[in-house]
Design a protein around this ligand. Structure first.
Ligand code: CP
Length: 313
């Protein structure tokens, strides 16, 4: 084990506050490398990383792949469509088969909560959770915290509203406890039908109106309405949802001048954010995507035994 006291990143709670800051500081070192013309280091040469994405993804899968390549690891993308999972092979059998080829790390995205933890019982490789069902998405939380810290210079004391489909959100499941651990004040905002019973268990207070305290927030973090995960009809229509919980020009005008808007992507344009607010607002959506590469480089490097002194120039 390296400077992080964990072999895997399954949940954000696997990291202490100090360890989160080690990841963020290491990511900043890699960020500098990402601005160079030649964006490649020999750091993970000879290490093998499999991206096992069994649910769709653009940002997470591609940024993990770029991160591994920039560190010179041998990275392999596992495609469910072209694999024996199409013939009915189970996840456990798939992982034991891959493990027999000699792996150092598996990044997994899967629709079942807990699947990354289950993999740890079937391989010696380090596991990173790239999003498991409605449970957690810890690398998204880390890149979001990195983005906030780079923008404001600090996280402790920030007033962060996380808005929308709280109960189905693995982004909320990791970001709220992560921010809370670092001393931010987190408010979960959404309709009662999309609010878990005890959001305070994840470090957030609950509010049901975006308008009540809009002037107070430093960060307004919009969650995607996950139409693929909604059971029954938690709100009358997307139009009604957007009128109550979307960011439009009127709400934008009420926010602090220095407040920022964030969103994990992909955005439902016209629902969480309308096109005018995406294009003109102080939004950091692409900064988040940009941060994803450096943060994932940092995690791969640290989980595979690196320390901050070992980043080759
Ligand atoms: N934010 C996020 O997880 O996006 P993808 O589904 O595109 O990976």
């Amino acid at each position: 084990m390296g400077v992080l006291g964990t072999k895997h990143l399954l949940n954000i709670e696997d990291l202490s506050a100090d360890e989160i800051y080690i990841v963020l500081d290491t990511a900043r070192s890699f960020e500098e490398i990402n601005t160079r013309t030649i964006k490649k280091l020999p750091t993970l040469r000879g290490r093998t990383i499999i991206n096992l994405f069994l649910e769709s993804s653009t940002r997470t899968r591609i940024s993990f792949e770029i991160a591994a390549k920039r560190l010179s690891a041998d990275s392999i993308n596992f495609s469910a469509d072209a694999s024996a999972t199409q013939k009915g092979e189970s996840l456990v059998d798939t992982v034991e088969t891959l493990d027999a080829m000699g792996l150092d790390m598996i990044v997994i995205r899967h629709s079942y909560a807990g699947s990354p933890h289950m993999l740890t019982q079937h391989t010696d490789a380090a596991i990173i959770n790239g999003g498991d069902g409605k449970h957690q998405h810890p690398t998204q939380a880390l890149l979001d915290m990195y983005t906030m810290r780079e923008h404001f210079g600090y996280i402790k004391g920030l007033n962060v509203a996380i808005v929308g489909d709280i109960s189905h959100s693995r982004v909320f499941g990791s970001l709220a406890p992560g921010l809370s651990l670092l001393g931010a004040n987190v408010t979960a905002i959404g309709p009662k039908t999309l609010m878990p019973a005890y959001p305070e268990a994840l470090g957030a207070k609950a509010l049901y109106s975006l308008d009540d305290e809009l002037e107070n927030y430093d960060v307004v973090y919009m969650l995607r309405i996950q139409q693929e995960r909604l059971e029954r009809s938690p709100f009358p229509s997307l139009r009604e949802y957007s009128s109550q919980y979307g960011i439009n020009l009127e709400r934008l005008a009420r926010m602090k001048d220095e407040a920022i808007i964030m969103h994990p992507g992909p955005v439902n344009r016209g629902v969480e954010l309308n096109s005018e607010t995406i294009d003109i607002a102080n939004n950091l959506l692409l900064d988040q995507v940009h941060a994803g590469v450096a943060v994932r480089m940092a995690l791969m490097y640290l989980l595979l035994g690196g320390d901050q002194d070992g980043i080759a120039a």
